[in-house]
Design a protein around this ligand. Sequence first.
Ligand code: GDP
Length: 321
Amino acid sequence: MRRKPGSLTVLAGGTGSAKLIRGLAEVIPQENLTVIVNVGDNIRLYGLIVCPDLDTVMYNLAGVADEKRGWGIAGDSFNAQKMLACYGLETWFNLGDRDLATHIHRTALLAGGLKLSEATRLLAEALGVKARILPASDDWIETVVHTSEGWMHFQEFWVKRKAEPKVLKVEYQGVEDSKPADGVVEAISEAEAVILSPANPITSIQPILDIPGVRKALGETEASVLAVSPIVGGSPVSGPAGRLMAGLGLKVSAYTVAERYRDFLDVFLIDRRDEALKNAIESLKIKCIPTDIIMASRRDERTLAEFIIKTLRAEGASTSA
Ligand code: GDP
């Protein structure tokens, strides 16, 4: 497979991914970036198709994201939802007024017959995004969490119920019959390097890996595949990854994450405080590099992105900075 010089493909979820993508977009031209985004947390609300991870990635690349909150558009208001509440509708999933415009337009494009990948391209272009944002699949995949209180959509588990119910099982409904969106497999096969951004391994990365053909493409690509651990010192930096992993009987550790990606991963960045895991991870035939992987500021995001580019160059990728 011919590799496109300088091209970088990133697998992404929401908050952690957005931070790294912001950093990468500062150190390489956005045009060289392709972001393959989880669709398992997409949800229908008020008759609209809401794609939280796609929008988080898009708003961040467009420079309009609310970086403090980690979701939505900076400075947005919430008047429409106040009105929806007047009508007696539930409003546990916050949708700002400007954010709602994205969902209204996307839903209309889909109703008009466009695929999610086509709708995403139009939305991103309109917002001036130069990177290519690809939903992992055009098909409807829904991450469902089976809990002690019954099954619920992942958003209901995390946003409405604050990850309180005991997790028994996680299921990606529809994934077995799904296909990767156009361009996804090529973006993995033809990239100089592939990065798994720090994302929830259960609800952001796994629903991408389970789409038939994706895991195989990662295993077969000549690109270096690098991941950043979302787990630091036995817990996630944010979000419900720890609750979900523990519920599934997995040890909450960077090692567990490495093990889940062992069939395709070349390089794994872990936090310095997890240095003791390096030998065990390297025994999986994955090069393990302890470094600073917490991004608490824009400066941290850029520093980690620069470190990744340097590491990938050392691995032989001609990634242009
Ligand atoms: P979420 O778990 O639903 O928030 O899903 P995401 O895919 O957005 O995952 C966020 C993941 O990124 C979590 O597992 C966090 O631990 C991780 N994360 C968030 N911020 C950082 C960071 O600054 N550094 C690293 N290494 N991981 C992060």
